[in-house]
Ligand binder design. Structure first.
Ligand code: F55
Length: 820
């Protein structure tokens, strides 16, 4: 127990006392939820001291601070993770056990903080964990959504969304900080004024405004007393403290401001890799950005008097384009509030803001209609106009006569504000999230920009935190790793996992490794029985695809292959077939019809296959309801095979792939995103790689696609599966249920191209790779070796490594030490 403040008896008394003061109950009388609250407050008590000590270290050591600006932080649960990082998990479990309380049960009472959609949001959460663990000063800046990612129910095979009221029992770890509230203004118009010395002033009038109130969540570093802050902003009406004399009686205005405040932070937009262009979304963006930048500048000014040196102490990392309005907001503050001239303000801004790109999917690019943008953010828009004017001038100067460049690169074009262009022009760094992705950005999507400013571009391959995804999610394997390596140092230095390679040919070690996997499969099977009512056999191959539902991720390829296997088993019952369990977990954006059809199809196939006694349980299909961070931890630990089958070039990186690898599940995947680097690390013989390369995909795309009908006509097994979408096999006799999916594969009319994501093109290669999986699995020793080598080769994929690269190449932060 590192923390001297934590003493078992004191902790037990604290919990007992919390139950009493919070709920007027005894420990025996309290509900599990009440015990969760009582335990969490007792833990917070310990965290607070380190949090204070960390602030003191900030003040004394004056380090450079990174502000990680993100619309999403997919934190998951805090209690277990905090205990892990305080190195108090086992002690607390023991103390609670003595009180007759089961820590696991208590942990299950905590709602996931699901303030994110998927990879992008979870990456932000892993980064905060690594920043605190490595001793860097950092704030996560985001929105305190009243409702996070929706809860998914499956009814009759269909996805039903229900609100995620994650705050309904309160959030024991957060702190409201009204003393740091800020005003954020929307709309109105800009009046230009000249003062006595002829200086211009831009005055926003007739605007609406809200009060941004921060809530702080502690981010506990591993075993180092460092506690950083995730600052998420809530919106409150400004009426009661700001309306001036004239407006005080304006009831109408009061109601409007109340509504504005309520609406802004109401809900997370549940779109993953898709831009919807909603006004409220832009309000959310500006709301948290304005509040965060105001606060960061104010904090800087409390201890520094030269604003020109801001870049020495502050850096804003923009998590995709969603926070990009930050560059204009910083300009506004420097120009209008600090009174700087354009050039000095621009110099500061372009040394303070940096941008991470997470996608090349065209439909994800943010392009705001100018009329909407300028109406909502009139002053910010003026500033962007000026940024654009100067940038276009620069293009014309550098590429005289090349108006094509101007059209392709301008920030304001065709009535739109192109946020990626703004981020690249104003940012001092532009990074992709995996080597392949960054190359595609440089050579294709952002080619003009790369040519013009090559030194800004860099790669930062994503990573994940081993504290949550091994220590917490897979304690058995974590202990085994510690035992085999003879050290716990891998917890903060994942490259040490390499030392496990020594055991790759040790029969006993392999046996232990596989028996841990088996126990995790039993745990997962238990979860599935409890939550899905489906019994699965832990001896079967657990083949897992969990991620957001998106056509490019090709869950459809996976389920079509299951249909194909089912046909095979039915047709050749005599053939030996290794039992398999295909596990899916995925949320579809509420408005993404085709994604929802795929969910329904998976559930229909599950229904048919799981209830067909003639196949003797050789095949099972499970759709995990409400896939989220907390159950993901169980899924990674219990998986045999990691499905990473996106159309090559489409998945920027992927991070689930890394979590499976860490937990000893080989990748069945395409050469896409970080899969490429996984294969590099583990060796292609320890993965199952198939399908078109990204170059091939891109080249087909540039030539108008390919013709799936040829494949349909020439491969009768594929044809049969595709036909089964419309012959009632999985539609309970209804032939129309999956007509759209059928059309999407074959008909040019139904989508801009037939089979946009090359599903039929890659089908055979995928089926063959699946055969190799089966063959490899039958050879128990070979499989064990492969699985172990995956765990042993995952060192590169720690977010600690990623963060160190950001620090070295982009942020240039100082390391802090916290004394207690
Ligand atoms: C959410 C909202 C919008 Cl408007 C656009 C995109 C998203 C989103 O969730 N994107 C996302 O998750 N992107 C993913 O980022 C991961 C982290 O870098 C990558 O691993 C993954 O490949 C990428 O799809």
């Amino acid at each position: 127990m590192y923390n001297p403040i934590f003493e078992k008896e004191k902790f037990k008394r604290e919990v007992t006392n919390n139950v009493k003061t919070l709920f007027r109950k005894s420990v025996e009388e309290a509900t599990p939820q009440q015990l969760f609250q009582a335990v969490s407050y007792a833990i917070k008590e310990v965290i607070i001291d380190d949090w204070i000590a960390t602030q003191k270290a900030y003040n004394e050591q004056d380090p450079k601070i990174v502000y990680y600006m993100s619309m999403e932080f997919l934190m998951g649960r805090a209690l277990g993770n905090n205990l892990i990082n305080m190195t108090a998990y086992k002690e607390v479990a023991e103390a609670l056990d003595e009180m007759g309380i089961d820590l696991n049960t208590i942990e299950d009472e905590e709602p996931d903080a699901a303030l994110g959609n998927g990879g992008l949001g979870r990456l932000a959460a892993c980064f905060l964990d690594s920043l605190a663990t490595l001793g860097y000063a950092a704030y996560g800046c985001g929105i305190r959504y009243r409702y996070g990612m929706f809860k998914q129910k499956i009814e009759d095979g269909y996805q039903i969304e229900t609100p995620d009221n994650w705050l309904k029992n309160g959030n024991p770890f957060e702190l409201r900080r009204p003393e740091y509230a800020r005003e954020v203004r929307f709309g109105g118009n800009i009046r230009v004024e000249y003062d006595e010395v002829g200086k211009t002033h831009f005055v926003q009038e007739h605007y609406e405004s809200v009060r941004a109130v921060p809530y702080d969540m502690p981010i506990v570093g591993y075993n180092n007393h460092m506690v950083n802050t995730l600052r998420i902003w809530d919106a409150e009406p400004i009426v009661d403290f700001q309306l001036d004399e004239f407006d005080r009686g304006d009831y109408h205005k009061a109601v409007e401001q109340e509504n504005l405040a309520k609406n802004i932070v109401e809900v997370l937009y549940p779109n993953d890799n898709h831009y919807a262009g909603k006004e409220l979304r832009l309000k959310q963006q500006y709301f948290f950005i304005s509040a965060s930048i105001q606060q960061a500048v104010a904090k800087y000014k409390t201890t520094h008097d030269d604003i020109h040196k801001l870049p020495e102490k502050v850096t804003f990392q923009m998590n995709d384009t969603h926070p990009t309005v930050a560059v204009a907001e910083l300009m506004r503050i420097l120009l209008d509030e600090e009174g700087l001239g354009w050039n000095e303000a621009w110099e500061i801004t372009t040394h303070t803001c940096a941008y991470t790109n997470h996608t090349i999917m065209a439909e994800a690019l943010e392009k705001w209609p100018i009329d909407l943008f300028s109406r909502l953010l009139p002053r910010v828009y003026q500033i962007i106009q000026e940024i654009d004017r100067r940038f276009v001038e620069q293009i014309r100067h550098q590429y005289p006569g090349d108006e094509g460049k101007v059209k392709r690169m301008a920030i304001l074009m065709d009535g739109q504000v192109k946020m990626a262009h703004l981020a690249i022009v104003a940012g001092y760094s532009v990074n992709g999230v995996a080597a392949l992705h960054t190359e595609i950005l440089k050579k294709q999507e952002l080619r003009d920009f790369y040519e013009m400013m090559p030194s800004k571009f860099n790669n930062k391959t994503n990573g994940i935190t081993q504290r949550r995804f091994l220590m917490h999610g897979n304690p058995l394997l974590a202990d085994w790793v510690t035992d085999k390596l003879g050290t716990k140092d891998w917890i903060t230095d994942l490259s040490l996992m390499d030392g496990l390679k020594e055991w790759a040919d040790d029969g006993e070690a392999l046996q232990e490794f596989m028996s841990i996997k088996y126990k995790n499969k039993e745990r997962l099977a238990q979860y599935i029985l409890e939550h899905n009512g489906i019994e699965i056999d832990p001896r079967s191959i657990f083949d897992v695809q969990v991620k957001r539902l998106h056509e490019y991720k090709r869950q459809l390829l996976n389920i079509l292959h299951v249909m194909y296997l089912y046909n095979q088993i039915k047709e050749h019952p005599e053939k030996s077939f290794y039992p398999r369990t295909f596990i899916f977990g995925a949320k579809a954006s509420a408005g993404y019809i085709r994604a929802k059809q795929i969910i329904k199809l998976i559930n229909s196939v599950a229904d048919v296959v799981n209830n067909d006694r003639s196949i003797n349980g050789k095949l099972k299909v499970v759709f995990i309801e409400d896939y989220r961070v907390s159950n993901a931890e169980l899924l990674f630990a219990g998986a045999d095979v990691s499905e990473q089958i996106s159309t090559a070039s489409k998945e920027a990186s992927g991070t689930g792939n890394m979590k499976f690898m860490l937990n000893g599940a080989p990748t069945l995947g395409t050469m896409d995103g970080a899969n490429v680097e996984i294969v590099q690390e583990v060796g292609i013989e320890n993965a199952f790689i198939f399908g078109l390369s990204s170059d091939e995909v891109i080249s087909y795309e540039q030539n108008g696609g390919y013709n799936p009908v040829d494949i349909y006509n020439s491969d009768h097994e594929i044809r049969r599966v595709v036909d089964q979408l419309v012959d009632g096999t999985y539609g309970y006799g209804n032939r129309e249920m999956y007509r759209d999916l059928y059309n999407s594969l074959l008909n040019t009319k139904s989508s801009s191209r037939a089979d946009m994501y090359f599903i039929l093109k890659d089908f055979r290669a995928y089926a063959e790779a699946q055969e190799k999986v089966e063959a490899a699995y039958r050879d128990r020793d070979r499989w064990a070796r492969m699985a172990l080598l995956n765990t042993a080769s995952c060192g590169k994929f720690s977010s600690d490594r990623t963060i160190e690269e950001y620090v070295k190449d982009i942020w240039h932060l100082d390391k802090l030490t916290v004394e207690v």
